[in-house]
Ligand binder design. Structure first.
Ligand code: AMP
Length: 179
């Protein structure tokens, strides 16, 4: 099964992504994680990605699409995956098809997400309050249209991300007809 997880930072995507990975036995892939690894490289691209991420901005679509396509062409992703953090813009969604089955949207208010993040110990260099607020702002601007796009294509599964971890997971499985 090929699944996409969408939600603002703090919505629980990686928690649910890891539970889904175990349940479905397909790998989990996060573009944020890929970019954080690339940002450590002492190359012009590495430095560019690091600066962009630390400001909370998005990596340009073409670069993002190229990297995601390269990863997903690897054999381990052939039978399915859980993709977290991509697509984040309409252009990414339109240009990326790849036989995706469903898109799970973890719906959480900005207030709840900021509340959760304030308790989270993060070792991410791009987790300054300014960058977090920028990412939330860009989510509303660029990623909400992506949610509408998948809704119109009947691919969207919307769950209440403010429930407990167990209840959210249960709701996802039910809505994906996996239990
Ligand atoms: P995340 O861990 O998903 O919050 O992503 C961290 C950062 O990686 C973002 O703030 C962006 O700079 C970059 N990033 C991750 N996914 C994407 C994407 N699909 N398009 C553009 N930039 C991305």
């Amino acid at each position: 099964m090929k699944l996409i997880l969408i939600g603002i930072q703090g919505s629980g995507k990686s928690t649910q992504g890891n539970l889904l990975t175990e349940k479905l036995q397909v790998p989990y892939l996060s573009t944020g994680h890929i970019f954080r690894t690339l940002a450590q490289e002492k190359t012009p691209l590495g430095r560019y990605i690091k600066e962009t991420m630390n400001a909370g901005f998005l990596i340009p679509d073409e670069k993002t699409l190229e990297i995601v396509r390269e990863y997903l062409s690897r054999p381990e992703y052939k039978n399915g995956y859980i993709l977290d953090g991509f697509p984040r813009t309409i252009k990414q969604a339109e240009e990326f098809k790849n036989g995706v089955d469903k898109v799970v949207y973890l719906k959480v208010s900005d207030k709840e997400a900021l509340w959760r993040l304030s308790f989270r110990n993060s070792d991410r260099e791009d987790d300054t309050l300014t960058a977090i607020k920028k990412r939330i702002e860009l989510f509303h601007k660029f990623t909400e249209p992506v949610i509408d796009y998948y809704r119109q294509n009947n691919m969207l599964v919307e769950v209440n991300g403010e429930n407990s971890i167990e209840d959210i997971f249960k709701e996802i499985l039910e809505k994906l007809s996996l239990q």
